[in-house]
Design a binder for this molecule. Structure first.
Ligand SMILES: NC(=O)c1ccc[n+]([C@@H]2O[C@H](COP(=O)([O-])OP(=O)(O)OC[C@H]3O[C@@H](n4cnc5c(N)ncnc54)[C@H](O)[C@@H]3O)[C@@H](O)[C@H]2O)c1
Ligand SMILES: *[C@@H]1O[C@H](CO)[C@@H](O)[C@H](O)[C@H]1NC(C)=O
Length: 436
């Protein structure tokens, strides 16, 4: 289990704030020169530059500027603009015009298709990073193409690209799903979380607040913000100040950043705390997905148990239920109130749990998979490492129920049946293709 080994975080080498940066031992030369104040200024400056480059670059995704310098830029031009406009065109007057970030992702694909099907204008944006198998992202892209949704290839940190998109299309809504997901990967690549979930989110909000008209924003937070909170079920008002992973911390930061942009610029913002979403076209880094893969291969699977043999449970939520919640959030979002980058009045700021309210032990998930796959799993039970996962999640969804009419209807067995059917079909197709 290589992911359990803590990679040395390069974030640790950076000062938390430039002002705090102090070299351990001043060199004699430094002492002699006594340019202390000057040096502090310079170290602030250097630290700031370092931080800037750190935020604008990341191993997971190429910054657009360098990509452009390499001449392999994939956006721009008349044909590109035509595709952007056509994808964003809605079928009816009442419809929405939505920019979906992370559209080649699991949730983004499902939400984009659902919006397009009911007649809304939809434009996707995704950087197709290599966090997991990009073939799967490309296959989802094909699915979207067939549905009439174009995915612009680019990073949410690319301000000029976002600006361009808002110049070409008057988006009424932004469905922001692009993020660095995954809890354990944060120990390997902390910078990617800062890059996408914090710097990227801020960049997106900056462009949204300056857009005319400002769009309404719905974005994905996470149940992981509840962290070490042990009061169940998790309600929106419960404490969220004890994140157990950097992923959770960046989602929590996003919620605070959302508050700021709502407060200063009058952006209407709705955050959705998803609880362990699963289903067809899902994410290969999630347990239900790689358990399926490993069970079929006859490989042992690792099931974690909480301290003193406690069960680890999750409030597994089926993708179709999440999609309904996302669409309801878009439909009930009030307009942003600012214009020309200035706030004109108070704007809507909401946060909702989107879960299933039926937490099940992970062992139960495995039993259902065994039944559906007709293969016995080789279970290996280990104590849960303290690397970001929490013991238990359980959503209180009464608020989403009242405000969004959200009511999940798919139980784990029904949902997994659909996942397994998709999985077998998708990967048998892959095999056929590679055999050719
Ligand atoms: N799936 C879950 O169980 C779950 C639970 C809680 C929260 N969420 C959140 O929901 C959202 C969608 O999750 P998902 O499961 O579909 O994940 P996903 O990884 O499948 O989708 C995210 C997509 O965003 C893209 N992306 C990442 N960084 C980007 C960037 N800087 N610029 C442009 N595109 C970028 C990725 O290429 C990917 O296709 C994420 O914000 C995630 O944190 C998901
Ligand atoms: C669920 O949340 C609502 C507020 O949205 C609260 O009134 C209710 O008491 C909560 N229920 C439980 C069981 O915690």
């Amino acid at each position: 289990m290589s992911q359990l080994k803590t990679a040395v975080s390069h974030l640790d080498d950076l000062p938390s704030t430039p002002g705090k940066f102090k070299p351990d031992k001043p060199t004699p030369y430094v002492q002699r020169m006594r340019f202390h104040s000057k040096l502090t200024l310079w170290s602030c400056f250097v630290a700031f530059i370092l931080l800037f480059f750190f935020l604008t670059s990341s191993p997971g995704s190429t910054p657009s500027s360098s990509r452009r310098a390499l001449g392999s830029d994939t956006w721009g031009g008349r044909e590109w603009e035509r595709r952007v406009s056509r994808s964003s065109r809605k079928r009816s007057d009442g419809g929405l015009t939505v920019l979906v970030t992370g559209a080649a992702g699991f949730v983004g694909t499902h939400v984009s298709i659902a919006l397009k099907r009911r007649g809304d204008g939809v434009l996707g944006l995704d950087n197709f990073n290599h966090y997991y198998d990009t073939n799967l992202k490309r296959a989802r892209q094909k699915l979207l193409e067939r549905a009439g949704v174009f995915i612009v290839e680019g990073d949410i940190n690319d301000a000029s690209l976002l600006q361009k998109l808002f110049d070409v299309v008057a988006f009424t809504h932004v469905m922001h799903l692009a993020a660095q997901a995954g809890v354990r990967y944060a120990m390997q690549n902390p910078g990617s979380y800062v890059h996408s979930n914090i710097a990227g989110f801020v960049n997106l909000l900056e462009v949204c607040k300056s857009a005319n008209p400002q769009p309404s924003i719905v974005w994905a937070s996470s149940s992981s913000v509840y962290g070490l909170n042990s009061k169940v079920p998790f309600s929106e008002k419960d404490r969220t100040d004890q994140p157990a992973s950097l992923y959770a911390a960046t989602k929590k930061a996003g919620e605070e950043i959302a508050h700021t942009y709502n407060h200063i610029y009058g952006l209407s913002i709705t955050g959705l705390r998803f609880f362990t979403v699963y289903g067809p076209w899902g994410r290969p880094d999630m347990a239900y997905f790689f358990f399926t893969k490993d069970i079929l291969k006859g490989k042992p699977i690792t099931i974690f148990e909480a301290p003193d043999h406690g069960t680890v449970a999750r409030d597994f939520t089926y993708i179709d239920d999440i999609v309904k919640g996302c669409l309801a959030a878009l439909d009930t979002a009030k307009k942003s109130t600012g214009s020309g980058g200035k706030k004109k009045g108070p704007a809507q700021l909401r946060i909702f749990n989107l879960g299933n309210t039926a937490p099940l032990p992970v062992t139960e998930l495995v039993s259902i998979l065994e039944k559906l796959l007709k293969v016995k799993a080789k279970r290996q039970v280990l104590p849960m490492p303290r690397n970001g996962d929490v013991k238990f999640t359980h959503a209180n969804i009464s608020s989403a129920h009242t405000e969004l009419g959200y009511r999940p209807t798919t139980d784990l067995e029904t949902g997994l049946k659909k996942f397994v059917r998709w999985y077998l079909h998708y990967y048998s197709g892959e095999k056929k293709k590679s055999a050719w």
